[in-house]
Design a binder for this molecule. Structure first.
Ligand SMILES: C[S@@+](CC[C@H](N)C(=O)[O-])C[C@H]1O[C@@H](n2cnc3c(N)ncnc32)[C@H](O)[C@@H]1O
Length: 261
């Protein structure tokens, strides 16, 4: 049943979303043309996708500290690394979109909530010399694999913090003067998503970008997304169905875009 509802939601998005021709905001139009529709094959894509292939074919089994859809640890379970790579990491299409967002906006301080094996982390940091990325993961064995993945691609601008987001996010933010970009990709429930949003909001500036994963994944995430869109500090939002982008630019009128991607 949940799957059917999801397909309907996607169809609704598909038929009501617009292409660049339906976008009148110059800021969003530029984003659609130069970021969403940028078809260039960057060398980083290949490097990261080669790593993904290695991970998806791995039969190594690890103990996963399971947070379920929440912050309560449900115990640990044995999982194949290959399955984690297939099920948890952002797909090439969206990983590459994250790469292009970082490439376009050149954020310096990035926070990522939800590392898993580090595929999206790499898309947002590989060869971006100006980037300092702090990524948060609760499962120690998954985090160790992510660290090895960063090392295998010689990436040194990532700091990985192991712990429950409910504690680790606060201490990470305490040590940052401001955040330029945050990717929210873990603990997909309403209350934690809003809580992490509010915590990160304290460190935003006019050009900060928030990217939310799986905004239509469940009723709770729909509610969180709606709440975030209505927040008084949020101006522009862009719904790409599998990702939601949030901007705080005061020069923009408050407007929500549904864009085909
Ligand atoms: C969807 S995965 C991240 C995928 C990754 N961003 C990518 O695209 O490659 C979410 C991760 O968040 C972690 N997680 C979920 N809830 C957590 C919590 N409350 N505290 C710490 N880690 C948590 C899980 O262990 C999981 O590895």
């Amino acid at each position: 049943m949940k799957n059917i509802v999801f397909v309907f939601k996607y169809l609704k998005y598909y038929f009501s979303s617009v292409s660049k021709h339906g976008v009148h905001s110059p800021f969003v139009f530029d984003l659609v043309v130069n970021v969403f529709e940028d078809k260039k094959i960057y060398t980083e894509y290949q490097q990261i996708e080669e790593l993904r292939i290695k991970l998806t074919s791995s039969s190594q089994v690890i103990d996963v500290k399971d947070y379920g859809a929440g912050s309560v640890i449900n115990g640990s379970s044995k999982r194949k690394v290959g399955d984690i790579a297939r099920n948890s990491a952002k797909s090439p299409k969206y990983g590459q979109l994250l790469f292009r967002l970082v490439n376009r906006f050149k954020p310096q301080n990035i926070v990522e909530i939800g590392t898993s094996l580090g595929i999206s982390t790499l898309y947002q940091s590989l060869h971006f010399d100006g980037v300092k990325l702090t990524t948060l993961e609760g499962c120690p064995q998954t985090a160790e694999l992510a660290k090895a993945n960063f090392k295998s691609l010689n990436v040194t601008n990532i700091k990985l913090v192991i712990g429950n987001f409910d504690e680790s996010l606060e201490s990470v933010l305490e040590n940052l003067k401001s955040v330029d970009y945050v990717f929210f990709d873990g603990n997909h429930r309403k209350e934690p998503t809003i809580k992490y949003f509010e915590q990160c909001l304290e460190k935003t500036h006019n050009d900060t970008i928030f990217v939310f994963d799986d905004i239509h994944w469940s009723d709770e995430m729909e509610e969180a997304w709606k709440w975030i869109k209505n927040h008084k500090k949020v101006t522009v939002t862009i719904d790409l169905f599998f990702l939601g982008l949030v901007f705080f630019r005061k020069e923009q009128v408050k407007q929500h875009f549904l864009i085909k991607h």
